[in-house]
Ligand binder design. Structure first.
Ligand code: DQA
Length: 150
């Protein structure tokens, strides 16, 4: 089972960026932990970060037919991007939307997500652990869809 993890804009600055909101864990540490957990769960984990909307759309398109579940934290594009939503809809890969912070405890403009209604589920508010929880959920989803098709 293969999982692609996509991190959106400014998440490359994790650890330094607003640590009171996002914590002190760096992106490389999150990625390493996901790869370690992936080995434990027998899932191949690939990670990708881009600050550009087009870069994220390109990476989602490239995943078509090649990954079982997509974990995505689109960062600020969560609240604005129709292009990322359309790319997700186009590839028909189950998606888990991930956020470090609980966006509902923050400014109202963060309450809207362009992908919430097409995501399989959403995990937020647990800091770096949101990603580990999402990977465990991905294991369940991938297992279910394999059982259905096989
Ligand atoms: C975020 C929440 C977004 O509102 C924000 O723009 C981010 C990070 C989170 O993980 O909590 O960049 O997606």
């Amino acid at each position: 089972m293969a999982v692609l993890v996509i991190h959106g804009p400014n998440l490359n600055l994790l650890g330094e960026r607003e640590p009171e909101v996002y914590g002190r864990t760096r992106l490389a540490d999150i990625d390493n932990e996901l790869k370690r957990l992936g080995r434990e769960l027998e899932m191949k984990v690939e990670t990708f970060q881009s600050n550009s909307e087009g870069g994220i759309v390109d990476r989602i398109q490239k995943a078509r037919g090649k990954c079982d579940v997509l974990l995505i934290n689109p960062g600020a594009y969560t609240h604005t991007s129709v292009a990322i939503r359309d790319a997700i809809a186009a590839v028909s890969i189950p998606v888990i939307e991930v956020h470090l912070s609980n966006v509902y405890r923050r400014e109202p403009f963060r309450h809207h997500s362009t992908i919430a209604d097409i995501a399989h589920g959403r995990i937020m508010g647990f800091g770096a652990e949101s990603y580990s929880l999402a990977l465990r959920a991905a294991r369940t989803i991938a297992g279910e869809s394999r059982r259905r098709s096989g």
